[in-house]
Ligand binder design. Structure first.
Ligand SMILES: [Zn+2]
Length: 245
């Protein structure tokens, strides 16, 4: 069973079970003589095994270490995520572009995420593997964010371009304390979490940042420009803060 979307070579994997918890560990063969298990910040479990090590021996070693493996995974799952308090199990509500979707996780050997009606449908090899399900959803959000933000930036930038701005390069990434920023090198950075908000609120953040291309601080000039380009910006600001706490 493959778990990595971009891997072309077939993966060697072993199951890790502990109580009702399940995860798939990826086996990577190395020149090292000692087997080593790693739980990556992504939650992926990787077993570095010597070339000659048999599958049985690897499974035994993983079994010995399973309580440690799931402790690491639990720690990662409890990290703050873009959708706080979500556990990536069926039935949860997740926001996308301002609309609520019900998460539905189905077993499939082909990992995939799609929207179907009011459902956010996740196909995963292991429906109980919360870390992997979260990874799949986050990847889907990141891809959607890039598409939507690019489209909105092209639209919102028009009045600024008429004022002499060059369309800035867009960077989408996770930001812990901000929705966006405008860099001194003329790039606009948007927080990937904004993809949870209604597009009109995404437009506000873009507008806010583009106005910084002309005025660095939030002073009178900046407010005047923002008011001209987006008369209801203060309204949108309040709504954004209320929606995504
Ligand atoms: Zn600002």
């Amino acid at each position: 069973m493959k778990r990595n979307l971009s891997t072309t070579a077939p993966l060697e994997t072993v199951d890790v079970n502990w109580g009702n918890k399940r995860a798939l560990a990826e086996v990577r063969r190395t020149e090292r003589r000692v087997l080593r298990i790693e739980v990556r910040p992504s939650g992926n479990v990787i077993v570095f095994a010597p070339f000659g090590e048999g599958v049985g021996a690897i499974q035994d070693r993983v079994k010995e270490r399973r309580s440690w493996i799931f402790r690491q995974i639990d720690r990662i799952v409890s990290w703050p995520s873009p959708t706080p308090d979500r556990h990536f199990v069926s039935g949860e509500t997740h926001l996308l572009l301002g609309r609520p979707y019900r998460l539905l996780i189905l077993q499939s050997d082909k990992p995939q995420v799609c929207i179907e009606g009011s459902r956010l449908k996740v196909s995963a090899p292991c429906v109980d593997d919360q870390v992997h399900c979260r990874h799949l959803v986050m990847t889907f959000y990141a891809v959607t964010a890039r598409g939507v933000f690019t489209e909105r930036l092209n639209e919102v930038a028009r009045p600024f371009i008429r004022r002499g701005l060059q369309l800035p390069l867009l960077i989408v990434r996770k930001m812990s304390k901000r929705w966006g920023s405008f860099t001194s090198t003329g790039r606009i950075v948007l927080n990937v979490d904004l993809v949870r908000a209604n597009p009109m609120l995404i437009d506000y953040v873009i507008c806010h940042e583009l106005a910084h291309a002309f005025h660095l601080d939030h002073g009178k000039e900046w407010r005047r420009l923002l008011k001209t380009v987006m008369p209801d910006w203060e309204d949108r600001k309040v709504r954004l803060e209320a929606l995504l706490r």
